[in-house]
Design a protein around this ligand. Structure first.
Ligand SMILES: [Zn+2]
Length: 430
Protein backbone atom coordinates (compact mmCIF):
# COMPACT_ATOMS: atom_id res chain seq x y z
CA UNK A 1 0.00 0.00 0.00
CA UNK A 2 1.17 3.52 -0.81
CA UNK A 3 -0.56 6.05 1.42
CA UNK A 4 -0.28 9.80 0.93
CA UNK A 5 -1.40 12.30 3.59
CA UNK A 6 -1.66 15.83 2.27
CA UNK A 7 -0.97 18.97 4.25
CA UNK A 8 -1.11 17.80 7.87
CA UNK A 9 0.62 19.77 10.59
CA UNK A 10 3.42 17.38 11.60
CA UNK A 11 4.70 17.10 15.18
CA UNK A 12 7.51 14.57 14.65
CA UNK A 13 7.69 13.38 18.22
CA UNK A 14 10.49 14.99 20.21
CA UNK A 15 11.18 18.60 21.05
CA UNK A 16 14.39 18.50 18.99
CA UNK A 17 12.79 17.63 15.64
CA UNK A 18 11.39 20.39 13.46
CA UNK A 19 7.72 20.06 12.53
CA UNK A 20 5.22 22.07 10.53
CA UNK A 21 2.84 21.63 7.58
CA UNK A 22 3.95 18.75 5.38
CA UNK A 23 2.89 15.84 3.18
CA UNK A 24 3.59 12.35 4.52
CA UNK A 25 4.24 9.51 2.08
CA UNK A 26 3.98 5.96 3.41
CA UNK A 27 5.24 3.03 1.37
CA UNK A 28 4.42 -0.41 2.70
CA UNK A 29 4.76 -0.32 6.48
CA UNK A 30 7.17 2.62 6.73
CA UNK A 31 7.27 6.37 6.27
CA UNK A 32 9.02 7.00 2.94
CA UNK A 33 9.07 10.81 2.97
CA UNK A 34 7.91 13.87 4.89
CA UNK A 35 7.97 16.90 2.63
CA UNK A 36 7.12 20.57 3.02
CA UNK A 37 6.48 20.51 -0.76
CA UNK A 38 3.19 19.02 -2.00
CA UNK A 39 3.88 15.44 -3.12
CA UNK A 40 2.26 14.07 -6.31
CA UNK A 41 -0.74 11.75 -5.85
CA UNK A 42 0.36 9.63 -8.80
CA UNK A 43 0.94 6.02 -7.72
CA UNK A 44 -0.73 6.45 -4.31
CA UNK A 45 -3.26 3.74 -3.50
CA UNK A 46 -4.88 5.95 -0.88
CA UNK A 47 -4.85 9.73 -0.36
CA UNK A 48 -5.98 11.35 2.91
CA UNK A 49 -6.61 15.07 3.36
CA UNK A 50 -4.66 16.14 6.44
CA UNK A 51 -5.53 19.82 6.31
CA UNK A 52 -6.41 21.19 9.72
CA UNK A 53 -5.18 17.99 11.37
CA UNK A 54 -2.13 17.37 13.54
CA UNK A 55 -0.03 14.31 12.66
CA UNK A 56 1.71 12.69 15.65
CA UNK A 57 3.23 9.26 16.33
CA UNK A 58 0.84 6.60 17.64
CA UNK A 59 0.69 5.99 21.39
CA UNK A 60 2.05 2.82 22.99
CA UNK A 61 0.12 1.21 25.86
CA UNK A 62 2.72 -0.79 27.80
CA UNK A 63 0.50 -2.76 30.17
CA UNK A 64 -2.97 -4.09 29.58
CA UNK A 65 -5.31 -7.02 30.04
CA UNK A 66 -7.32 -6.07 26.99
CA UNK A 67 -10.12 -8.61 27.37
CA UNK A 68 -10.98 -7.11 30.76
CA UNK A 69 -13.33 -4.75 28.94
CA UNK A 70 -15.76 -7.56 29.88
CA UNK A 71 -15.30 -6.50 33.53
CA UNK A 72 -15.02 -2.75 32.95
CA UNK A 73 -15.31 -1.01 36.29
CA UNK A 74 -16.28 -4.25 38.08
CA UNK A 75 -15.59 -4.25 41.82
CA UNK A 76 -15.03 -0.50 41.93
CA UNK A 77 -13.86 0.88 45.27
CA UNK A 78 -12.21 -2.31 46.56
CA UNK A 79 -8.45 -2.44 47.34
CA UNK A 80 -6.25 -4.65 45.12
CA UNK A 81 -6.17 -7.89 47.09
CA UNK A 82 -9.92 -7.98 47.88
CA UNK A 83 -10.73 -6.77 44.36
CA UNK A 84 -8.72 -9.67 42.88
CA UNK A 85 -9.87 -12.40 45.28
CA UNK A 86 -13.54 -11.46 45.68
CA UNK A 87 -14.42 -10.12 42.24
CA UNK A 88 -11.89 -10.46 39.45
CA UNK A 89 -10.43 -13.97 39.84
CA UNK A 90 -13.83 -15.68 40.37
CA UNK A 91 -15.24 -13.92 37.29
CA UNK A 92 -12.16 -14.67 35.20
CA UNK A 93 -12.38 -18.38 36.09
CA UNK A 94 -15.69 -18.47 34.17
CA UNK A 95 -14.40 -16.78 30.98
CA UNK A 96 -14.47 -18.76 27.73
CA UNK A 97 -12.34 -18.29 24.61
CA UNK A 98 -15.32 -16.62 22.95
CA UNK A 99 -15.75 -14.17 25.85
CA UNK A 100 -12.06 -13.22 25.74
CA UNK A 101 -12.14 -12.84 21.97
CA UNK A 102 -15.12 -10.47 22.20
CA UNK A 103 -13.59 -8.47 25.06
CA UNK A 104 -10.23 -8.21 23.30
CA UNK A 105 -11.86 -7.06 20.05
CA UNK A 106 -13.65 -4.28 21.92
CA UNK A 107 -10.48 -3.26 23.79
CA UNK A 108 -8.35 -3.19 20.63
CA UNK A 109 -10.93 -1.04 18.86
CA UNK A 110 -11.18 1.30 21.86
CA UNK A 111 -7.41 1.77 21.82
CA UNK A 112 -7.27 2.39 18.06
CA UNK A 113 -10.15 4.88 18.46
CA UNK A 114 -7.97 6.81 20.90
CA UNK A 115 -4.77 6.69 18.85
CA UNK A 116 -3.03 3.75 20.55
CA UNK A 117 -1.13 1.84 17.85
CA UNK A 118 0.61 -0.81 20.00
CA UNK A 119 0.06 -2.44 23.37
CA UNK A 120 1.44 -5.08 25.75
CA UNK A 121 -1.03 -7.62 27.06
CA UNK A 122 -0.99 -10.31 29.75
CA UNK A 123 -3.95 -12.68 30.16
CA UNK A 124 -5.41 -16.15 29.71
CA UNK A 125 -7.00 -17.50 26.47
CA UNK A 126 -4.28 -15.69 24.50
CA UNK A 127 -5.14 -17.45 21.22
CA UNK A 128 -8.36 -15.47 21.30
CA UNK A 129 -6.50 -12.21 22.06
CA UNK A 130 -4.07 -12.88 19.19
CA UNK A 131 -6.99 -13.39 16.83
CA UNK A 132 -8.50 -10.05 17.91
CA UNK A 133 -5.14 -8.31 17.42
CA UNK A 134 -4.77 -9.69 13.91
CA UNK A 135 -8.38 -8.80 13.01
CA UNK A 136 -8.16 -5.19 14.20
CA UNK A 137 -4.66 -4.44 12.83
CA UNK A 138 -3.13 -3.11 16.06
CA UNK A 139 0.47 -3.97 17.05
CA UNK A 140 0.97 -6.03 20.21
CA UNK A 141 3.31 -7.84 22.53
CA UNK A 142 1.29 -10.69 24.06
CA UNK A 143 1.92 -12.88 27.07
CA UNK A 144 0.08 -15.69 28.85
CA UNK A 145 -0.22 -14.74 32.52
CA UNK A 146 0.92 -17.48 34.94
CA UNK A 147 -0.45 -17.56 38.48
CA UNK A 148 1.74 -19.96 40.46
CA UNK A 149 -0.46 -20.50 43.52
CA UNK A 150 -1.82 -23.88 42.38
CA UNK A 151 -0.54 -26.91 40.47
CA UNK A 152 -1.72 -25.60 37.10
CA UNK A 153 1.16 -23.19 36.65
CA UNK A 154 3.28 -25.59 34.58
CA UNK A 155 0.48 -25.94 32.04
CA UNK A 156 0.05 -22.16 31.92
CA UNK A 157 3.77 -21.67 31.38
CA UNK A 158 3.66 -24.23 28.53
CA UNK A 159 0.80 -22.25 26.99
CA UNK A 160 3.02 -19.17 27.26
CA UNK A 161 5.77 -21.02 25.43
CA UNK A 162 3.37 -22.13 22.70
CA UNK A 163 2.13 -18.52 22.36
CA UNK A 164 5.72 -17.34 21.76
CA UNK A 165 6.14 -19.97 19.04
CA UNK A 166 2.74 -19.27 17.49
CA UNK A 167 3.33 -15.51 17.37
CA UNK A 168 6.65 -16.05 15.64
CA UNK A 169 4.79 -18.04 12.94
CA UNK A 170 1.63 -15.96 12.53
CA UNK A 171 2.28 -12.51 13.94
CA UNK A 172 2.98 -10.88 10.55
CA UNK A 173 5.80 -8.89 12.13
CA UNK A 174 3.22 -6.88 14.10
CA UNK A 175 2.94 -9.20 17.09
CA UNK A 176 5.64 -10.37 19.47
CA UNK A 177 5.46 -12.28 22.75
CA UNK A 178 6.85 -12.41 26.28
CA UNK A 179 6.49 -14.85 29.17
CA UNK A 180 4.46 -13.61 32.12
CA UNK A 181 4.67 -14.91 35.68
CA UNK A 182 1.88 -12.73 37.13
CA UNK A 183 3.75 -11.23 40.14
CA UNK A 184 6.14 -12.03 42.98
CA UNK A 185 3.22 -12.53 45.39
CA UNK A 186 1.44 -15.01 43.11
CA UNK A 187 4.48 -17.01 41.96
CA UNK A 188 6.82 -19.00 44.21
CA UNK A 189 10.52 -19.23 43.47
CA UNK A 190 10.26 -22.40 41.37
CA UNK A 191 7.90 -20.65 38.94
CA UNK A 192 10.37 -17.80 38.46
CA UNK A 193 13.24 -20.20 37.90
CA UNK A 194 11.27 -22.16 35.30
CA UNK A 195 10.16 -18.94 33.57
CA UNK A 196 13.69 -17.53 33.45
CA UNK A 197 15.09 -20.78 32.01
CA UNK A 198 12.37 -20.80 29.36
CA UNK A 199 12.86 -17.10 28.57
CA UNK A 200 16.56 -17.76 27.98
CA UNK A 201 15.75 -20.70 25.71
CA UNK A 202 13.18 -18.75 23.67
CA UNK A 203 15.03 -15.43 23.71
CA UNK A 204 12.01 -13.50 24.99
CA UNK A 205 11.65 -11.05 27.91
CA UNK A 206 9.39 -11.35 30.95
CA UNK A 207 6.30 -9.21 31.59
CA UNK A 208 5.10 -9.07 35.20
CA UNK A 209 3.49 -6.95 37.92
CA UNK A 210 6.16 -5.56 40.25
CA UNK A 211 6.06 -3.58 43.49
CA UNK A 212 2.47 -2.52 42.96
CA UNK A 213 1.36 -2.17 46.58
CA UNK A 214 2.90 -1.58 50.00
CA UNK A 215 1.48 -4.99 51.07
CA UNK A 216 3.39 -6.69 48.26
CA UNK A 217 6.61 -4.98 49.25
CA UNK A 218 6.17 -5.87 52.96
CA UNK A 219 5.15 -9.42 52.12
CA UNK A 220 8.17 -9.96 49.90
CA UNK A 221 10.49 -8.93 52.73
CA UNK A 222 8.74 -11.54 54.92
CA UNK A 223 8.83 -14.25 52.22
CA UNK A 224 12.27 -13.64 50.75
CA UNK A 225 14.03 -11.06 52.90
CA UNK A 226 14.28 -8.57 50.08
CA UNK A 227 12.32 -6.12 47.98
CA UNK A 228 10.37 -7.60 45.02
CA UNK A 229 12.87 -5.98 42.61
CA UNK A 230 15.89 -7.53 44.36
CA UNK A 231 14.08 -10.88 44.51
CA UNK A 232 13.58 -10.82 40.72
CA UNK A 233 17.16 -9.62 40.18
CA UNK A 234 18.46 -12.58 42.22
CA UNK A 235 16.39 -15.01 40.14
CA UNK A 236 17.97 -13.61 36.93
CA UNK A 237 14.79 -11.96 35.65
CA UNK A 238 16.46 -8.62 34.90
CA UNK A 239 19.08 -10.38 32.78
CA UNK A 240 16.58 -11.96 30.37
CA UNK A 241 14.75 -8.65 29.93
CA UNK A 242 11.82 -7.32 31.95
CA UNK A 243 8.69 -5.28 31.40
CA UNK A 244 7.62 -4.45 34.96
CA UNK A 245 4.14 -3.06 35.44
CA UNK A 246 3.66 -0.47 38.22
CA UNK A 247 6.90 0.01 40.20
CA UNK A 248 5.01 2.03 42.81
CA UNK A 249 6.70 0.94 46.06
CA UNK A 250 10.41 1.05 45.25
CA UNK A 251 13.42 1.23 47.53
CA UNK A 252 16.47 3.34 46.63
CA UNK A 253 18.45 0.25 45.61
CA UNK A 254 15.57 -0.87 43.35
CA UNK A 255 16.00 2.17 41.11
CA UNK A 256 19.62 1.28 40.38
CA UNK A 257 18.68 -2.35 39.71
CA UNK A 258 15.98 -1.33 37.23
CA UNK A 259 18.28 1.09 35.36
CA UNK A 260 19.75 -1.49 33.07
CA UNK A 261 19.33 -2.21 29.35
CA UNK A 262 16.44 -4.52 28.54
CA UNK A 263 14.46 -3.50 31.64
CA UNK A 264 11.46 -1.15 31.51
CA UNK A 265 8.76 0.02 33.88
CA UNK A 266 5.16 0.42 32.67
CA UNK A 267 3.70 3.32 34.64
CA UNK A 268 -0.08 2.99 35.16
CA UNK A 269 -1.13 6.07 37.14
CA UNK A 270 -4.91 5.73 36.73
CA UNK A 271 -5.04 2.09 37.86
CA UNK A 272 -2.68 2.81 40.79
CA UNK A 273 -4.84 5.76 41.81
CA UNK A 274 -8.15 3.94 41.49
CA UNK A 275 -7.00 0.89 43.46
CA UNK A 276 -5.43 3.15 46.08
CA UNK A 277 -2.01 1.58 45.49
CA UNK A 278 0.00 4.80 45.56
CA UNK A 279 1.99 6.97 43.16
CA UNK A 280 5.02 5.56 41.33
CA UNK A 281 8.16 7.70 41.72
CA UNK A 282 8.23 8.58 38.02
CA UNK A 283 10.63 11.51 38.31
CA UNK A 284 13.06 9.46 40.41
CA UNK A 285 12.84 6.54 37.97
CA UNK A 286 13.68 8.82 35.05
CA UNK A 287 16.47 10.52 37.00
CA UNK A 288 17.95 7.09 37.75
CA UNK A 289 17.97 6.29 34.04
CA UNK A 290 15.15 3.73 34.08
CA UNK A 291 13.26 3.24 30.80
CA UNK A 292 9.59 4.09 31.43
CA UNK A 293 6.49 3.71 29.27
CA UNK A 294 2.83 4.39 30.06
CA UNK A 295 0.14 1.76 30.41
CA UNK A 296 -3.56 1.68 31.16
CA UNK A 297 -3.77 -1.70 32.94
CA UNK A 298 -7.03 -3.61 32.41
CA UNK A 299 -10.40 -1.88 32.08
CA UNK A 300 -11.60 -3.43 35.34
CA UNK A 301 -9.22 -1.15 37.25
CA UNK A 302 -8.67 1.72 34.82
CA UNK A 303 -12.12 1.91 33.17
CA UNK A 304 -10.86 3.31 29.86
CA UNK A 305 -7.95 2.09 27.76
CA UNK A 306 -6.92 5.32 26.05
CA UNK A 307 -3.64 6.90 27.10
CA UNK A 308 -4.58 10.58 27.23
CA UNK A 309 -5.78 10.37 30.84
CA UNK A 310 -2.64 8.41 31.77
CA UNK A 311 -0.46 11.12 30.21
CA UNK A 312 -2.16 13.90 32.13
CA UNK A 313 -2.40 12.09 35.43
CA UNK A 314 1.25 11.00 35.19
CA UNK A 315 2.21 14.67 35.03
CA UNK A 316 -0.28 15.95 37.59
CA UNK A 317 0.63 13.38 40.23
CA UNK A 318 4.38 14.06 40.06
CA UNK A 319 3.79 17.82 40.25
CA UNK A 320 1.48 17.21 43.21
CA UNK A 321 3.60 14.87 45.31
CA UNK A 322 6.80 16.82 44.64
CA UNK A 323 5.04 20.20 44.93
CA UNK A 324 6.94 21.26 41.82
CA UNK A 325 5.17 22.39 38.63
CA UNK A 326 8.42 21.80 36.72
CA UNK A 327 8.78 18.19 37.93
CA UNK A 328 8.02 16.76 34.50
CA UNK A 329 7.45 18.72 31.28
CA UNK A 330 4.85 17.98 28.59
CA UNK A 331 7.38 16.81 25.93
CA UNK A 332 8.87 14.35 28.45
CA UNK A 333 5.42 12.93 29.20
CA UNK A 334 4.82 12.59 25.47
CA UNK A 335 8.10 10.68 25.08
CA UNK A 336 6.98 8.17 27.72
CA UNK A 337 3.79 7.47 25.78
CA UNK A 338 5.59 7.03 22.45
CA UNK A 339 9.34 6.34 22.18
CA UNK A 340 9.58 5.12 25.78
CA UNK A 341 6.78 2.62 25.27
CA UNK A 342 8.15 1.58 21.88
CA UNK A 343 11.52 0.71 23.42
CA UNK A 344 9.86 -1.07 26.35
CA UNK A 345 7.99 -3.32 23.90
CA UNK A 346 11.00 -3.78 21.58
CA UNK A 347 9.05 -2.31 18.66
CA UNK A 348 10.88 -1.71 15.35
CA UNK A 349 13.57 0.98 15.34
CA UNK A 350 12.14 4.48 14.90
CA UNK A 351 8.70 3.69 16.38
CA UNK A 352 7.42 6.71 18.25
CA UNK A 353 8.83 9.26 15.79
CA UNK A 354 7.49 10.66 12.53
CA UNK A 355 10.65 10.58 10.45
CA UNK A 356 11.48 8.94 7.11
CA UNK A 357 12.29 5.26 7.62
CA UNK A 358 10.25 4.96 10.82
CA UNK A 359 7.34 2.50 10.99
CA UNK A 360 4.16 4.24 9.80
CA UNK A 361 2.31 4.10 13.13
CA UNK A 362 0.69 7.51 13.29
CA UNK A 363 -2.39 9.42 14.31
CA UNK A 364 -4.21 12.41 12.82
CA UNK A 365 -5.84 14.64 15.45
CA UNK A 366 -8.50 17.28 14.95
CA UNK A 367 -7.44 20.61 16.30
CA UNK A 368 -10.79 22.42 16.33
CA UNK A 369 -12.39 21.04 19.49
CA UNK A 370 -13.81 23.67 21.82
CA UNK A 371 -11.66 22.20 24.58
CA UNK A 372 -8.50 22.85 22.55
CA UNK A 373 -8.86 26.51 21.52
CA UNK A 374 -6.63 28.42 21.49
CA UNK A 375 -3.55 26.28 20.89
CA UNK A 376 -0.83 28.50 22.31
CA UNK A 377 1.78 25.81 23.03
CA UNK A 378 1.58 22.67 20.83
CA UNK A 379 3.12 20.36 23.47
CA UNK A 380 0.94 21.58 26.31
CA UNK A 381 -2.15 21.39 24.10
CA UNK A 382 -1.29 17.88 22.90
CA UNK A 383 -0.64 16.45 26.36
CA UNK A 384 -3.17 18.31 28.47
CA UNK A 385 -6.22 18.81 26.19
CA UNK A 386 -6.43 15.87 23.75
CA UNK A 387 -9.19 13.28 24.10
CA UNK A 388 -9.85 9.97 22.31
CA UNK A 389 -12.59 11.66 20.27
CA UNK A 390 -10.05 14.10 18.76
CA UNK A 391 -8.40 11.20 16.92
CA UNK A 392 -9.65 11.26 13.32
CA UNK A 393 -7.41 8.62 11.72
CA UNK A 394 -5.17 5.91 13.21
CA UNK A 395 -2.58 4.25 10.94
CA UNK A 396 -0.71 1.10 11.99
CA UNK A 397 2.10 -0.34 9.86
CA UNK A 398 1.05 1.88 6.97
CA UNK A 399 -2.64 0.90 7.01
CA UNK A 400 -5.49 3.16 8.17
CA UNK A 401 -7.25 0.99 10.75
CA UNK A 402 -9.59 3.65 12.17
CA UNK A 403 -11.12 6.57 10.28
CA UNK A 404 -13.71 8.91 11.80
CA UNK A 405 -14.70 6.36 14.44
CA UNK A 406 -15.17 3.54 11.91
CA UNK A 407 -13.03 0.44 11.43
CA UNK A 408 -12.71 -1.10 7.95
CA UNK A 409 -14.68 -4.36 7.75
CA UNK A 410 -15.56 -4.37 11.49
CA UNK A 411 -18.98 -3.68 13.01
CA UNK A 412 -17.95 -2.02 16.27
CA UNK A 413 -21.53 -1.53 17.50
CA UNK A 414 -22.22 -5.25 17.21
CA UNK A 415 -19.02 -6.02 19.13
CA UNK A 416 -19.90 -3.59 21.95
CA UNK A 417 -23.40 -5.11 22.23
CA UNK A 418 -21.96 -8.63 22.26
CA UNK A 419 -19.54 -7.74 25.10
CA UNK A 420 -22.33 -6.13 27.12
CA UNK A 421 -24.51 -9.24 26.77
CA UNK A 422 -21.60 -11.55 27.69
CA UNK A 423 -20.68 -9.43 30.72
CA UNK A 424 -24.27 -9.51 32.01
CA UNK A 425 -24.41 -13.31 31.61
CA UNK A 426 -21.01 -13.67 33.28
CA UNK A 427 -21.92 -11.64 36.35
CA UNK A 428 -25.61 -12.41 36.68
CA UNK A 429 -26.76 -13.56 40.15
CA UNK A 430 -23.31 -12.99 41.61
ZN1 LIG B 1 -2.02 -5.48 35.34
Amino acid sequence: MRLLIHGADVLPGTAGLKGGPADILVEGERIAAISAQRLPEEGASRVLDGSGLLAVPGLVNCHNHVAMTLLRGYGADLPLQRWLEERIWPAEARLTDEDVHAGALLGCLEMLRGGVTAFADMYDHMDAVLEAVLTTGIRASLSRGVIGLGPSWEGALREGEELCRQVARTGRGRVSAMLAPHAEYTCPTEVWDAAVALARELGVPIHTHLSETAAEQRGCHERHGSSPVRFLAERGVLEVGLLAAHGVHLEPEDLALLARPGVAVAHNPVSNAKLGSGVAPLVALLAAGVLVGLGSDGAASTDTLGLWEELRLAGWLQKTILQDAAAVAAPSLWSLATVGGARALHLPEGTGLLVPGAPADLVLLRQDGLHRAPILDPWSSLVYTTRDADVVVTVVAGRPVMEHGEFPGIDHERIAADVSARARRLLEDR
